[in-house]
Write a protein that binds this ligand. Sequence first.
Ligand SMILES: CC(C)(COP(=O)(O)OP(=O)(O)OC[C@H]1O[C@@H](n2cnc3c(N)ncnc32)[C@H](O)[C@@H]1OP(=O)(O)O)[C@@H](O)C(=O)NCCC(=O)NCCS
Length: 223
Amino acid sequence: MSFTEAVVLVRTATEYGMSLKIRNVCENDLETILVINNATRLGILPLDDKRLRWFFERAVYFRVAEVDGVVGGFIIGFRETAAHDSSNFLWFRGHYPAFVYIDRVVIAPTLRGRGLGRVFYTDVQSYAELQVPMVACEVFLEPRNDAVVLFHGTFGFHEVAQRRMTGNNRRVSLLAKELCSFQFVRDTYLEQGGLPKLAWLENARRTCRQDHSAPAPQATGPA
Ligand SMILES: CC(C)(COP(=O)(O)OP(=O)(O)OC[C@H]1O[C@@H](n2cnc3c(N)ncnc32)[C@H](O)[C@@H]1OP(=O)(O)O)[C@@H](O)C(=O)NCCC(=O)NCCS
């Protein structure tokens, strides 16, 4: 985490006088997550309980923001090896050998614009940069949401392609951010080009046992 990013983190917790905790998801968060997700209509694909549970059991990275003791946002990420059926995820898999794909980041409407999204992206970057050279995600261009486009553009994402999603035919911008720390840490600090086999490194942010064999249940929404 850079100094600037750390400052953003501290600013978020103090400037707005709220207590903030970023932690791994628990099963009893899922109901709230479903409500937050489905309250965001056009910007995000809807979820049902079955698909969310599939995410819960298989996402390599799934964190929530607890604001004053209440879950106010979440972020979900998958490695390129996941059995995820998102057509955008599959596009990235066809073009890049290793990445963390951010399936979605959602902040409850009343908490937006207070730096929580930025805290999540700092956190996912810290998670990803020891393991892969890139994070990937997409934003809808139809309809385009300037706040979401700026949110990604000001965090170092750049467009690598545009495509129309299968199913709903909406145009999306596929975004990537290269993680320069990945190679630097390997070249500078690690022997034999790999991370040491330490349990805390493997499991630090993992929420659940991974099983890539089961296909994801279909989305109920337009995707
Ligand atoms: C996109 C989203 C996650 C951003 O989270 P957030 O907590 O509201 O964003 P932050 O407060 O951390 O803002 C970080 C930066 O994003 C940009 N940004 C965020 N909201 C903005 C707005 N309304 N107008 C302009 N820029 C905005 C700014 O560059 C901002 O930096 P700044 O505060 O220094 O100006 C949130 O708006 C959201 O949940 N949207 C609905 C779901 C969604 O579309 N997710 C993205 C696709 S998966």
